[in-house]
Design a binder for this molecule. Structure first.
Ligand SMILES: Cc1ncc(COP(=O)(O)O)c(C=O)c1O
Length: 429
């Protein structure tokens, strides 16, 4: 969908740049897609809130009866404060992690959340903290596919979950200390190809079905997240009918193998939020390097957003479509040239146009912008603001939310020096 350029300029004039622009209509369409995929009775969707934990987004999920997957004590608290119910019956907020850090154990215990344990020792830690309730076990089934290798979530190189051949020993350890294993979970990642995801989910559901006789107290299985978003072709639609059919069939087969109702869960993150948000930056300068013995010269468009805002390109070489506002790429008559888009940070890796195995510069064909133009990075809603940092003490950029009726509100303001210094202290220990 094309951005409303006058609106974006108006917001930029009010809140400055860079800023994050959320389109509520796009988010709601993606929520509706997931509701469709999980519309059969006994199939439940969660939102992996790590992708975008803004209260406003969490409330949209709550209104759509979508449950939450949280990975830290504070994520769980954010979900509860946004109105998601505590307790494990039903387990509206599930806590999934490989390590209990900081307040995580306390938050799980105090709010009776379902812990989804990702490491065998977590059973011991829960027991030592006095927990005797239901647990879920995250399994590494030995297969899966991330969108890049560092995001591999299933297989020998993945740090996540309990390796499948250790599963029964971990279950026995849980039962021995008075816990019941009520859910089995695996997140096998969003490989780039839909067919591969479909195949992997089918295989995972079959493996869960085989495990049922070992888990008499099982009430749910979770196939995790990983429904992909196509960052290269923004309008490409993930086929949602086959996924609805898959989830419906898996639920029926697993329940009938168990001779009782077994809820089937999914917990996508990026699919809901990726296209709903755009990072808007301003062009400050354009400069060139010249070809020499070391390599090719390039045209650098210097913008005021950097990897402190959107880290995915620097971290994984991820692709985000870039447009010069008002000179969008759709016009075939528009003159374009290869451009490298770089940010303000004191790091050579602060470049949005990278790729390949060596993460080399990959210039984009863009209309040449002028200083002062706005440049937008699309599909920044998943792992965008959520992964932003305070490196270089810049402070996080504001988030702005637009409703279909044209109303616009700022949902988090630009961080100030006071925000950055807030946790600094000088207390004797
Ligand atoms: C346990 C778990 N569930 C769900 C997700 C969401 O994945 P995605 O955003 O690719 O759907 C993740 C992502 O890291 C995860 O670790």
């Amino acid at each position: 969908m094309k951005l409303d350029a006058p609106l974006i300029r108006k917001i930029a004039a009010k809140v400055g740049t860079p800023f994050w622009f959320y389109d509520a209509a796009v988010l709601r369409q993606r929520i509706a897609d997931i509701q469709f995929m999980t519309s059969a009775p006994g199939v439940q969707a969660r939102f992996a809130m790590k992708a975008c934990p803004a209260t406003k987004v969490l409330r949209e999920m709550g209104a759509a009866k979508i449950w939450i997957d949280a990975v830290s004590g504070n994520e769980a608290l954010r979900a509860l404060r946004a109105g998601h119910a505590p307790g494990n019956n039903p387990p509206v907020v599930c806590f999934t992690a490989d390590v209990f850090r900081d307040n995580a154990l306390d938050v799980v215990l105090q709010n009776n959340l379902l812990p989804n344990i990702g490491s065998p020792g977590m059973i011991r830690q829960l027991a030592a903290a006095g927990y005797r309730g239901p647990v879920s076990i995250r399994v590494n089934p030995g297969f899966g596919h991330g969108h890049v290798n560092t995001c591999d979530t299933g297989g020998p190189s993945s740090k996540h979950g309990v390796w499948h051949s250790d599963l029964l020993a971990v279950k026995d350890a849980a039962v021995a200390v008075g816990m019941s294993v009520t859910m089995l979970h695996a997140h096998i990642g969003s490989g780039p190809k839909f067919e591969e995801l479909h195949e992997n989910l089918t295989r995972l559901a079959l493996e869960f079905r085989e495990l049922i006789p070992h888990f008499p107290q099982l009430t749910a299985v979770s196939l995790g997240g990983g429904i992909p978003h196509n960052y290269h072709d923004r309008d490409a639609q993930v086929p949602i009918e086959p996924l609805r059919e898959l989830f419906t069939t898996c639920h029926q087969r697993i329940s009938s193998a168990a001779h009782r109702e077994i809820r089937l869960e999914i917990e996508p993150g990026r699919y809901y939020v990726a296209p709903s948000c755009t990072l808007v930056a301003q062009v400050h300068d354009i400069k060139r390097t010249q070809t020499n013995a070391k390599g090719r010269g390039a045209t650098f468009v210097m913008v005021d957003a950097g990897f402190v805002d959107l880290v995915r390109p620097a971290m994984y070489g991820s692709y985000h479509q870039i447009e010069v506002l008002g000179k969008e790429n759709g016009d075939p008559n528009q003159a374009r040239e290869p451009i490298v888009v770089a940010g303000p940070l004191c790091e050579s890796g602060d470049v949005f146009t990278r790729g390949g195995a060596d993460e080399e510069l990959v210039p984009r064909l863009l209309p040449r912008p002028e200083p002062g133009d706005l440049l937008v990075l699309r599909d920044a809603g998943a792992y965008g603001y959520a992964m932003s940092s305070n490196y270089n003490s810049i402070g996080k950029a504001p988030q702005v939310w637009a409703e279909p009726d044209g109303s616009v509100e700022i949902i988090s303001r630009r961080e100030s020096i006071e925000d950055i210094l807030k946790a600094e202290t000088s207390e004797k220990l």
